[in-house]
Ligand binder design. Structure first.
Ligand SMILES: O=C(O)C(=O)C[C@]1(C(=O)O)C=C[C@@H](O)C=C1
Length: 76
């Protein structure tokens, strides 16, 4: 049981780091696009991402993807 908890904690730490990395990359892409006159959001891309998470994880995947997208773009 202790061993399993060690692995769970490792996974959680990786998830936290990936979350932070994704949010930073998302902000970078958004800033680059806006600097060249583009839009802040790309809804077709967001749909693709939502669909990928939904197919892989079901309804929870959709909720997770919504949170990921929100973390990258900040408040609307
Ligand atoms: O892929 C992009 O073009 C992004 O800007 C990244 C991202 C994302 O976080 O996945 C963020 C905002 C856009 O609306 C779509 C996707």
């Amino acid at each position: 049981m202790a061993e399993i908890r060690v692995r769970i904690d490792e996974i959680d730490q990786t998830l936290i780091e990936l979350w932070q990395e994704r949010a930073a990359l998302s902000r970078e892409v958004g800033a680059t696009r806006m600097a060249s006159g583009g839009t802040r959001l790309v809804l077709s891309r967001e749909q693709e991402i939502l669909e990928r998470f939904r197919v892989a994880l079901g309804a929870d995947g959709t909720q997770l993807a919504l949170l990921l997208l929100r973390a990258g773009r900040g408040p609307l």
